[in-house]
Design a protein around this ligand. Sequence first.
Ligand SMILES: NC(=O)c1ccc[n+]([C@@H]2O[C@H](COP(=O)([O-])OP(=O)(O)OC[C@H]3O[C@@H](n4cnc5c(N)ncnc54)[C@H](O)[C@@H]3O)[C@@H](O)[C@H]2O)c1
Length: 247
Amino acid sequence: MTEQRVALVTGGARGIGADVCRRLHAQGRRVAIADLLTADAEALADELGGRGYACDVTDSERVRAVVAAIESDLGPVDILVNCAGFDRFVRFVDTDEDFWDTIIDINYKGTLRTCHAVLPGMMERGWGRIVNFASDAARVGSSLESVYAGAKAGVIGFTKTIARESVKRGVTCNVVCPGPTDTTLIREMGEQGELPAKIVAGLDRAMPIGRMAQPHEIAYGATVFTHDDATLITGQTLSVSGGLTMA
Ligand SMILES: NC(=O)c1ccc[n+]([C@@H]2O[C@H](COP(=O)([O-])OP(=O)(O)OC[C@H]3O[C@@H](n4cnc5c(N)ncnc54)[C@H](O)[C@@H]3O)[C@@H](O)[C@H]2O)c1
C-alpha cells in the first residue's frame, strides 16, 4: 500500500485506538488522531508523523471543524476508524435518562457525526474505508451494559445501511466487535463498585483463551477492513474475542 492515504481515528489517543493508529502508520497511512485527550493524541501523532486534534465526538461543530482541519493539514479523509467509546457497568433498572443520553451520544451519535462529515467526500472521490467500533455486548448482550449494548447494536445497523448506500461509490463500511480487552476503559469500569469489580476480575477466566485481549490484537482486526484490496468486504461485523462468542 504505497499511497499515503489519510486515516482519521477517533479515540486514538490510548487503548485500542492508539494501536489502530500504530498499525495504520505501519501500513503507510497518514494518521490524524481526534480525541478528548488532546496532549496524548498530539504526542502519539508526533511519534507517527501525523496530527493530533482536540475533539469531542458529541460536539457536531467540532467534529466538522476537525475534519476540515485534517483536510487542509494532511488531505481529505480516506479512512475513518470510529474508536471513541465509553461505558459504565450499571443495572438497567438503576440507570436514568442522563446516563442513556451520555452513552448514546458518545457511542452511537458520535459515530453518526464523523460518518456524516466524511462520507460525502469519500463517495465523491470514489474511495473510502469506514470501520466503526461496536462490541460483542451488542451481538450477544452483556449484563450491566444494556444501554451501551443498545447503542453499539445501533452502530451495527447503521453501518450495514451506509455500506449499502455507498458501495457503488467505492466506499466500504464495516464493524469490529471487541470482546473484553485490557484497556483503561475496562479497568475504570471495574472501579465503580463491588459488582463491577467482580465482573472485571472474572473476565480473564471467562475467555476461552484464558485472558483478556490486548489492544493490538483488536487493532489487527480493525485494520484488515482498511486494506486497499478489501474492496468487496463491506457491511460485515467482525467479532475479535478469542472465541468468547462464535455465532
Ligand atoms: N475494552 C473493551 O473491553 C472493549 C470491549 C468492547 C468494545 N470496546 C470498544 O472499543 C473502543 C475502544 O475502547 P478502549 O477499550 O480502547 O477504551 P479507552 O477508554 O482506553 O479509549 C477510548 C478513547 O476514546 C476517547 N474518547 C472517549 N469519549 C470521547 C469523546 N466524547 N470524544 C472523543 N474521544 C473520546 C478516550 O479519551 C480514549 O482515548 C470503544 O468504542 C469501546 O466501546 C472496548
